[in-house]
Design a protein around this ligand. Structure first.
Ligand SMILES: Cc1cc2nc3c(=O)[nH]c(=O)nc-3n(C[C@H](O)[C@H](O)[C@H](O)COP(=O)(O)OP(=O)(O)OC[C@H]3O[C@@H](n4cnc5c(N)ncnc54)[C@H](O)[C@@H]3O)c2cc1C
Ligand code: FES
Ligand code: FES
Length: 1283
């Protein structure tokens, strides 16, 4: 693939690997070709991970390095994303830059719609997208007069004349038109690219089984992820007959890319009479939703490939079929015209095409008078996601009448191939389009489009109800949800009057390496050049959830070319396990495996490809053990917990419940979450060859922990192991424990072979092995008064910890410490358990259990409101802490700023007026509802384990006056190095340009603590401050002697006077503690407060929603760097939005994780950003407990994403009211479209449920796994719906 060619062969590492499957955009480059017919040069953004190098003959490829650099000149797209604070960890940034660059090459004056469309295929896990949108908005003609975090005045202008020119030799090559057949022969595969149609047909006759690779978006993925091997590949991308079009209707060559087809349709819409363009418009609208821009582009994703792939979720085939399209199939025996209809698609990936036939062209007819065509799709994310269900529908009326002459309805996503609703269609033909006819159609559709209980893809009820809803939408042609992103507003405190202009503290300052990140110069672990003799390591994992390992046979693997060794537990010279909270975790399983994905052994080989083949050849024999536990219910039943289990109580809960006027019991389930840091786990371990020294380069939040783990694993002292972290491409808690284990295994391989070893997990491996956020089942019993006061609450939390303890017990503890959130509930009890199951173990994740536990208390508040028929915000306000109080663990605090945040947010969000407007909207709209919610958070900062709050730093001043700062924090996008640079600048009274931070290394600063718990800057900032103050004081006599001297003068004088210019700084940290026996303590240094308010619009027919507006007010004291802090707030909010509304992990009944990449697991994308997103830092706040009066902010606002969850719930409540349903109902997290749609209980979901009153239903319900709770819940949900 082009990506590995660029990175390994050309050493152009600016283009990143994020997923390898076209789903993240980190590998975006620009491909340009000269068209000799039109004399135009065409540019396309493409995913380098899917693009075979063999396909690039005659094309020019531009990478991020090619368009600008910090050494020469930046390109405006690089400068603007950096200056607008759109680059945090920076791993996604080169891909963003190249998507935007390509857009500007094609269209120097884009609209905002062009920008969001152009970036839809790029994911970012850090920023929350708003700053990227704002940075690139500057290329559009939209101006805002508001105060901003970056100044637009000094931005480089866009000057297209300065762009790279297309290589003239490639133009000459294209003009010659000498299309000879090209053959590329690899170790195992031959790639043939025919030059003419005849050659192509001959090749197809010679190799009927060989696939035609056009865009490779289907075949490429099958080969990569399913291990399908094709010895011969035919790639006819040079055959001109496959890429053309004529206007008789529209006829296009099958090799046209989606983007090309899009431009053809746009032209046709202009050229044809408007009444004939219905089909073209519909197809165009649908094409815009296929994948991201890169997938739709040239040499990727062709029309012919989409049709011939015949996969059930294709967005194009239902509309092509409904729209009377045909294709020409061609072989050596001749050509034939074939309708693209129900008879064309035979089954999953099967069509009527013969093995030697190719699709030559596709004909899309113009619409006839009185003919209407529509396409619909529903996907887990609005853009860049495969459809759950889609449909193409066409109706042709008799002239001047509403009587139906012809109709076709096709659905995708409801079977092995697309389905024609023939019976429903027959029922309409000849009848007028009116209520009675349509009513019959719904009944027929319910019967006709059936999905078996175990239909692949699940979501059976939802998909069935969608088939009805989409037909209903065809009738109504309901307006789509709004999508235009407006400029947001960010408000922060000004620096104090009198602060020197040079002092950067408190001022927005760009991330210190944002420009290097935007130019691709920033070095991540896997960007380090290959070292001499380097090997690659691939992990072999368990395929069984619980089994004894009877034998590991790697003899076949060792015979394969390139394979050097296989590492098992027996090769570990030192400790074979890591100990976490009292439990041992084996590095490599020896006798028994306890989950699918557990690491068993590792193959080291000369290259990644060799190591992968070796890993596939390792045979592990198992003897299955039957006592498997997957769910928390099973764990409870079998009492499978990690100990200790904690409990905390204040007041008398039983009495409080007894005395309450009403008591309600409820529950909520919160699903887990994958970290999805864009940079997967990466390591390079280099044995120095002398005295057992090892250098470990890696991407971790906790280098000292890795150092200790590697030393203990190898049985050597820590002083022989040095860990080096330049930067991380995101972490979010996921790069601590498993990272240390993976580094240890890599170190064993390096030690055993005596050669450097690199290990970089693929996205699927990373998702499988490393675990994520704990799913939590929260149950509660609440007692309350009619006036809304909550008098008692009893909570129980069960977290699915997975197969090993990791940090789960600590997560369960933190859950209990935050169970009150912002509410003063006099009688309060919480019990939590970390359940031991046979799923991959979960670990730390931004918020560390708090986002889960707070959703439980807020759900309880919602239920109280619904029980009392009041608004949730009233119940929140009534019960909020209002004066100096004690928490349930007896820590005193003053909630003044919490209340201020609440009041401010209410005001800034114009809450009360909008609540009224929403009521009116909801009365006027039956199938669209709006909802609004406001939620507070009180978040404890610091580690309850006191020793983790310490930090150290080392500051050197060199003779030229430049300063090198080292500290224990790692830079993972949160901007710690930038803030530390600001601290050093203030303390030494020098400009930031003199201060450098190279990396985090255990050699410079030993025994450091993790960069976690939102405490990194608090601790390391203080240590750096200490070191700088020591140095500054040492220079005092010199400054006094020469007050007018410069910094450089003072430094050189100090050196000559033998004053040490190096100092260590130390910060002891707060002495925090929590005594679980006494159930009291002071586990936090202080609280960060915030309040978030969101409004959504929900399409009740499909469950799709759009966040119309979000306002957030946060008390972070006096921010050290408002742009970085606002970036953290927005990024965390978006991560929370993903957690609560879209990110869904799916496991098979035998514990296999299905969701192992961006195509199955959807994180928020550009299309999910609130259309208006405002962030306000609370004015007039300060904090005596942290550096410069600031507050930690990395984690707290994840929870504010739940304001979107509760806004959806609010909208669902309105829909349910229309259906006659009132009172509490359970909406689990994530509130996916499926859950929201079913909870709305529209007429259509009820029809689906009612259809279960036949024998089919019985088998459906019985088919549920023997998980009784799920069954019960299911019945309960149904009861609610029919009530
Ligand atoms: C990240 C990602 C997102 C996607 N999102 C969407 C989406 O939202 N909606 C959607 O509908 N699709 C989506 N797709 C699927 C994509 O549209 C199809 O994979 C694509 O259209 C296939 O075209 P291709 O040229 O890449 O086919 P290839 O992978 O090159 O080939 C696929 C198959 O088609 C056959 N074939 C190709 N051309 C011909 C021909 N001319 N004659 C006969 N057989 C031929 C090949 O032999 C092969 O079996 C997505 C794919 C990816 C990777
Ligand atoms: S790495 Fe290519 S799209 Fe993710
Ligand atoms: S900055 Fe986008 S993924 Fe980190």
């Amino acid at each position: 693939m082009l990506l590995s060619f660029l990175r390994k062969n050309l050493r152009l590492t600016g283009t990143k690997y994020g997923c390898g499957g076209g789903g993240c955009g980190a590998c975006t480059v620009m491909v340009s070709r000269y068209d000799p017919q039109t004399k135009n040069i065409n540019h396309w953004s493409v995913n380098a991970c899917l693009l075979p190098v063999c396909q690039l003959h005659g094309a020019a490829v531009t990478t991020v390095e090619g368009i600008g650099s910090t050494k020469t000149k930046l390109h405006p797209v690089q400068e603007r994303i950096a200056k607008a604070h759109g680059s945090q960890c920076g791993f996604c940034t080169p891909g963003m830059v190249m998507s935007m660059y390509t857009l500007l090459r094609n269209n120097p004056q884009p609209t905002m719609e062009d920008v969001t469309e152009g970036l839809a295929g790029n994911l970012c896990r850090c920023t929350g997208y708003r700053p990227i949108v704002d940075g690139y908005r500057t290329f559009c003609e939209v101006n805002s007069s508001r105060p901003e975090l970056f100044s637009k005045g000094d931005l480089l202008p866009l000057d297209p004349t300065q762009d790279l020119i297309f290589p003239p030799e490639l133009m000459r090559l294209a003009e010659v038109k000498d299309q000879t057949t090209q053959r590329f022969c690899g170790e195992r595969m031959t790639w043939i690219s025919p030059g003419s149609l005849n050659e192509l047909l001959q090749l197809k006759a010679d190799y009927p089984q060989a696939p035609l690779v056009m865009g490779n978006t289907n075949i490429g993925l099958d080969m990569k992820f399913k291990g399908i091997f094709h010895p011969v590949i035919i790639s006819p991308t040079q055959v001109p007959e496959l890429e053309w079009f004529v206007f008789v209707g529209v006829c296009v060559g099958a090799g046209c890319s989606m983007s090309f087809l899009k431009s053809v349709l746009e032209r046709s819409i202009n050229d044809f009479p408007p009444e004939s363009t219905h089909m073209f418009r519909t197809l165009l609208q649908q094409i815009k939703l296929v994948g991201g821009q890169q997938i739709r582009n040239v040499a990727v994703s062709t029309l012919g490939g989409n049709i011939a792939s015949a996969y059930p979720n294709s967005d194009l085939t239902p509309i092509l079929a409904a729209g009377r399209c045909t294709l020409v199939a061609l072989s050596k025996d001749g050509r034939r015209r074939v309708p693209i209809d129900k008879d064309f698609f035979l089954g999953f990936a099967k069509t009527v095409l013969k093995p030697d036939e190719i699709v030559l062209s596709v004909f899309i007819p113009a619409s006839r008078p009185n003919e209407i065509v529509h396409a619909f799709r529903h996907a887990p994310r609005k853009e860049s996601a495969l459809a759950t269900v889609n449909a193409g529908m066409r109706v042709w009326f008799n002239e001047n009448s509403n009587v139906v002459k012809e109709i076709s309805i096709y659905y995708g996503g409801v079977g092995a191939t697309i389905l024609s609703a023939e019976r429903a269609c027959q029922q309409i033909v000849g009848r007028p389009w009116e209520e009675a006819t349509l009513s019959d159609v719904y009944s027929t559709l319910v019967d006709e489009i059936k999905l078996g209980p175990s239909a692949p893809g699940g979501k059976v009820d939802f998909r069935r109800s969608l088939t009805l809803s989409l037909f209903f939408k065809f009738n109504l042609a309901i307006q789509p949800l709004p999508k235009h992103i407006q400029p947001g507003y960010q408000e922060f405190q000004n620096v104090l009057e009198g602060q020197s202009a040079q002092d950067p503290v408190g001022r927005p300052m760009m991330h210190r390496t944002a420009l290097s990140q935007a130019t691709g110069e920033a070095v991540y672990c896997d960007d380090l050049p290959q070292t001499d003799g380097e090997l690659f390591l691939v992990i072999v994992t368990s395929s069984r959830p619980h089994a004894k390992i009877t034998h590991i046979d790697f003899s076949e693997a060792l015979k394969l070319p390139g394979v050097v060794d296989v590492i098992t537990a027996k090769d570990i010279p030192g400790k074979r396990f890591r100990t976490f909270t009292g439990y041992d975790e084996e590095l490599l399983a020896e006798d028994e495996v306890t989950c699918v994905g557990q690491m068993v052994c590792a193959v080291v080989a000369e290259s990644k490809a060799h190591a992968k083949r070796g890993a596939a050849a390792v045979k592990i024999s198992y003897e299955d053990l039957q006592d498997r536990i997957f769910t928390v219910e099973e764990a409870i039943e079998k009492e499978s917990f990690f100990l200790p289990r904690r409990q905390i109580e204040r007041g008398d809960v039983e009495k409080g419940l007894r005395e309450a006027e009403q008591v309600y019991e409820g529950e909520i389930r919160i699903g887990g979450q994958e970290h999805f840091y864009l940079e997967t786990q990466s390591f390079l371990v280099i044995p120095i060859g002398e005295e057992k020294e090892m250098k470990v380069y890696l991407s971790t939040q906790h280098p000292a922990f890795t150092q200790e783990a590697v030393a203990e694993t190898l049985g050597i002292p820590s002083n022989r192991v040095s860990c080096h972290v330049k930067r991380l491409g995101g972490a979010f808690g996921g790069k601590v424990t498993k990272t240390a284990i993976l580094a240890s295994i890599t170190a064993v391989a390096a030690s055993k072979t005596g050669r450097p070893v690199r290990c970089v997990l693929e996205r699927g491996e990373d998702m499988l092995i490393t675990g994520g956020r704990h799913p939590v089942w929260g149950k509660y019993k609440v007692g309350f008064m009619k006036d809304g006061r909550i008098t008692a609450a009893d909570f129980q939390y069960y977290a699915n910890a997975g197969n090993v303890v990791d940090e789960s017990v600590l997560v369960a503890e933190k859950i209990l410490l935050h169970l009150d959130n912002a509410y003063n509930i006099p009688n309060l009890r919480g019990r939590s358990a970390a359940c031991k199951t046979n799923l991959p173990s979960n670990t730390a994740f931004r918020g560390f259990g708090v986002p889960q536990c707070m959703l439980v208390v807020e759900s309880m508040i919602d239920d109280v409101a619904l029980k009392l028929g009041r608004l949730p915000e009233e119940i929140r306000e009534i019960n909020m802490y209002k004066e100096v109080s004690l928490t349930h663990y007896k820590m005193e605090f003053d909630p003044e700023n919490l209340v201020r945040c609440w009041n401010e947010c209410m005001k800034k969000a114009d809450f009360r007026q909008r609540r009224q407007a929403i009521d009116i909207f909801n009365q006027q709209n039956q199938f669209k509802k709006r909802g609004i919610a406001i939620v507070p958070i009180k978040y404890g900062i610091g580690f309850a384990e006191a020793f983790l709050n310490q930090a150290a730093a080392l500051v050197h001043i060199y003779k030229d006056g430049s300063v090198l700062v080292s500290h224990g924090g790692t830079e993972m996008g949160q901007g710690i190095h930038t803030k530390v640079q600001q601290v050093a600048s203030r303390e030494l009274n020098i400009p930031t340009s003199l201060i450098h931070i190279s990396e985090t290394s255990t050699q410079c600063v030993p025994n450091t603590c993790p960069s976690a718990a939102s405490f990194g800057t608090d601790a390391n900032g203080m240590a750096v401050k200490d070191a700088c103050q020591i140095l500054y004081n040492r220079l005092e006599p010199i400054r006094k002697k020469n007050p007018k001297g410069t910094w450089q003068n003072w430094i050189i004088t100090a050196f000559l006077e033998k004053i040490s210019l190096s100092a260590t700084g130390y910060y002891r940290g707060h002495d925090l503690d929590m005594d679980w026996e006494k159930q009291e303590g002071k586990p936090y240094a202080y609280f960060t407060y915030a309040v978030g308010c969101s409004e959504v619009e929900l399409d009740c027919l499909t469950g799709e929603y759009r966040t119309l507006r979000t306002d957030i007010v946060v008390d972070i004291g006096r921010s050290i760097n408002p742009s970085i802090d606002i970036g953290q707030i927005e990024g965390a909010f978006m991560q929370g939005l993903g957690l609560y509304t879209m990110e869904e992990l799916k496991f098979s009944p035998s514990g296999v994780l299905y969701t192992r990449g961006p195509s199955q697991y959807k994180i928020p994308s550009f299309c999910d950003v609130p259309l208006k997103f405002n962030v306000y830092l609370l004015a007039g706040s300060s904090n005596p407990h942290a550096i410069y009066s600031s507050k930690g902010i990395g984690e707290p606002t994840v929870f504010l994403g739940s304001s979107v969850f509760f806004a959806i719930k609010d909208a669902v409540t309105a829909a349910r009211k229309d259906a006659g349903l009132t009172g509490p109902f359970q909406l689990n997290s994530p509130a996916t479209p499926e859950r929201a749609c079913l909870a709305c209980a529209t007429h259509f979901t009820q029809m689906v449920y009612e259809s279960y009153s036949n024998p089919f239903v019985v088998c459906f319900l019985l088919s549920y796994p023997k998980n009784s709770v799920k069954k019960k819940k299911r019945k309960k949900e149904r009861k609610v719906i029919f009530k």
